[in-house]
Design a protein. Structure first.
Length: 213
């Protein structure tokens, strides 16, 4: 007999036994949502915290309240963990609607995980390079440079682009690399980039993801 409560408990036990901090955090997050008034209806799986913040920021700009809608955005700490998260939230666990966003280089990990879980790729979207690249392309380098300056990092960026490794690269490529050169920088800039977006020029993977959930 299909027992949702027992399946959730089993999923939680697996998460606790995994010694995977992100999985344990996600299980606790899902439990709280499931016990709340509206319950947990869908989970969006993303690779990292910056991706989660970007998705949540765009949802707010569009007047959506994901928590109230029963939608949880979960940062997995890397695409290699997709299998464990699909087990936790898929048919053998919380059994909720699933969606996701990944970088192009991580697409094979997502596809393998979905195939092993017996799930299709509906609701899972791929960024051309990564989400930062998508946002920079939508905004344009000039706007992104203005955001960097507003954060007091203009001089840091100017120093960065003078490095030999950055010579001959496009400004977009330099900006994307700059976002990843310092711990926490992607997390810091992701919501800022989303808040600057023209809502008619939202990157397609991000736009389609939110339309799906």
């Amino acid at each position: 007999m299909h027992d949702p409560a027992r399946m959730r408990l089993t999923a939680l036990e697996r998460a606790a036994a995994s010694n995977h901090a992100a999985l344990v955090t996600a299980a606790a997050q899902a439990t709280r949502a499931a016990e709340a008034g509206n319950g947990l209806g869908a989970v969006v799986l993303v690779e990292g915290i910056s991706d989660r913040l970007a998705v949540e920021a765009l949802a707010r700009r569009r007047g959506r309240h994901l928590d109230r809608e029963g939608v949880a955005v979960v940062a997995m700490g890397g695409a290699q963990s997709i299998g464990a998260f699909l087990t936790l939230f898929g048919p053998q666990g919380f059994d909720v609607g699933l969606a996701g966003l990944c970088d192009a280089r991580e697409e094979p990990d997502f596809r393998r995980g979905l195939a092993r879980a017996g799930l299709g790729s509906l609701g899972f979207f791929v960024c051309v390079e990564d989400l930062e690249d998508e946002l920079i392309r939508s905004l344009g380098p000039a706007v992104v440079a203005t955001i960097i300056e507003s954060q007091g990092e203009r001089r840091a960026f100017e120093t960065f682009v003078k490095q030999p490794a950055q010579q001959g690269r496009t400004r977009q490529a330099q900006l994307r690399r700059f976002m990843g050169t310092k711990g926490g920088r992607k997390i810091r800039y992701a919501p800022l980039l989303v808040r600057a977006l023209d809502l008619t020029r939202v990157p397609r993977p991000l736009d389609r993801l939110l339309a799906h959930v």
